[in-house]
Design a binder for this molecule. Structure first.
Ligand code: ZN
Ligand code: ZN
Length: 470
């Protein structure tokens, strides 16, 4: 018997946690954080209490209550007994939080299988974020902290990395990872050879990025596999095909930046290496310097280790690193306490906002809304702001969006939207499903599973926590 149970990603975008049980060999496909579920109960100043171990997360349904998967320290802190791991591994599709972050709660002896680049991104995330219970993917500190203090080193998780096409086994289950194009590098789909036949898991993918050929590789392999079932993402199943592409962002943004006589500001997610490349190329082609911050440097240095990503070294002549104002506000070395900043203070391309104000048209600065207070020092006059992120899709985002517009208004900065999605559109996805033609289809990572019904495969309307025989 081969069973699949969906503990997340059902009627929601992300939070994938799929348990596959092949005659007793159990693995999880992703173990992500559900933003939707979390947002139903929690917000900025109301968070799950860490003093209750895993208790608040279980009570509010942020993670499933199943035996043999969770960390002993968190179970014990919640007044439960520790458990032996009952799952042989987690196969992680990519490094986005909605697929990866709740690995933080998992038992230390459950190995995590992911792509080499995916691991590098997780390293970068860990390097520049403050540790909390929901981002202890790479390692974790035993709770409660007063018992372990900060003297006991963190418990390092077991990671096993793979590359595309190289099959690996978790106990009796053989898995073939195949690279796909998504808005983060190191993203994979999987052919999983179960005793009932091949099962496909798409992870998150698209056809309009810079590396559509990787998704093509997956489609060919998936078609040849003659799968008994496919678990597919469906983020944008309701969307028609448009002319969106990474190339379009390059041309549209370059044109705007060329017209801007002062400072150009760009805002994008640094996990998206293609978007970085797009704006880096614009800077290079226009003879400008792209200014990034110390958090970005953590990512860029990890990307640089993967020669296939072809990113420049941090010392590149078209890159500079912005030194933020901290403590005394005088930029003395003693002002910096964060390790990820301290270890990079000797770089010779570090600049300050004051340097930029001397010749603003020379620069393009990567500046996220959360760092808009930098604008006070940058003093941009009639500058340009390119929002290369998705538009707001909920109330909280709308509020931030309005606030962002206020900042732009205050400094007389022009707003320009230029973005393309990390996810495949509905037309392309339907085509993909017809080509792969699995016998059964489990649509997840979507709010519109019913739109998959008219396809030639038998479509299952997945219910959370229900077990399906493959
Ligand atoms: Zn996702
Ligand atoms: Zn994703």
């Amino acid at each position: 018997m081969v069973n699949v149970t969906f503990y997340g990603g059902v009627d929601e975008i992300g939070g994938n946690k799929i348990l596959l049980d092949d005659h007793g060999t159990k693995i999880f496909l992703d173990f992500g954080m559900s933003f939707k579920r979390r947002g139903q109960f929690f917000e900025e100043f109301l968070n799950p209490r860490t003093a209750n171990g895993i208790g608040d997360f279980l009570e509010m349904g942020l993670i499933p209550d199943i035996p043999g998967i969770y960390r002993s320290d968190l179970l014990e802190q919640h007044g439960r007994k520790s458990e032996e791991p009952a799952v042989s591994g987690v196969v992680l599709s990519h490094a986005h939080a909605d697929h990866a972050n709740y690995i933080s709660f998992l038992h230390k002896d459950i190995p995590i299988y992911c792509g080499e680049t995916c691991k590098r991104i997780i390293n970068a995330v860990a390097e520049q974020t403050t540790r909390d219970l929901e981002n202890e993917v790479i390692d974790f500190r035993i709770r409660p902290l007063y018992r372990s203090g900060y003297k006991i080193p963190p418990v390092i998780r077991k990671f096993r990395t793979f590359t595309t096409g190289k099959k690996f086994k978790i106990d009796s289950i053989e898995i073939e990872p195949i690279h796909i194009d998504h808005s983060v590098p190191g993203a994979y789909a999987f052919l999983i050879y179960t005793t009932e036949g091949p099962l496909i898991y798409t992870g998150d993918l698209r056809m309009h990025g810079l590396h559509a050929e990787m998704t093509d590789d997956f489609i060919i392999a998936a078609q040849q596999a003659k799968a008994v079932a496919m678990i597919t993402e469906g983020t944008r199943i309701e969307k028609k095909k448009t002319n969106e592409s990474e190339q379009k962002i390059y041309y549209d943004s370059k044109k705007k930046i060329q017209q801007c006589k002062t400072l150009s500001i760009v805002d994008f997610n640094f996990k998206d290496v293609d978007r970085f490349t797009t704006f880096y190329n614009i800077a290079k082609d226009l003879g400008k310097t792209l200014v990034i911050n110390f958090k970005h440097a953590c990512f860029l240095e990890q990307y640089y280790q993967d020669k296939k990503l072809k990113v420049p070294p941090i010392t590149d002549q078209h890159l500079a690193l912005l030194k933020p104002k901290r403590l005394t506000g005088t930029y003395i070395n003693e002002d910096y306490t964060d390790t990820y900043i301290k270890k990079r203070l000797h770089y010779n391309n570090i600049i300050t906002a004051a340097d930029i104000t001397k010749n603003p048209s020379r620069y393009m600065i990567v500046l996220n809304f959360w760092y808009f207070s930098e604008l006070i020092d940058l003093k941009p006059k009639r500058g340009l702001y390119i929002h290369s992120l998705s538009e707001p899709f909920n109330e909280e985002m709308e509020i931030s969006y309005d606030r962002m517009k206020n900042w732009l208004g205050h400094f007389d900065i022009e707003f320009f939207q230029s973005h393309c999605s990390g996810h495949i559109n509905g037309d392309d996805l339907k085509e993909l499903i017809k080509t792969v033609h699995p016998k059964k289809l489990y649509p997840i990572h979507t709010e519109h599973p019913r739109l998959f019904k008219k396809l030639p495969s038998k479509t299952i309307m997945v219910k959370e926590g229900k077990t399906y025989k493959l």
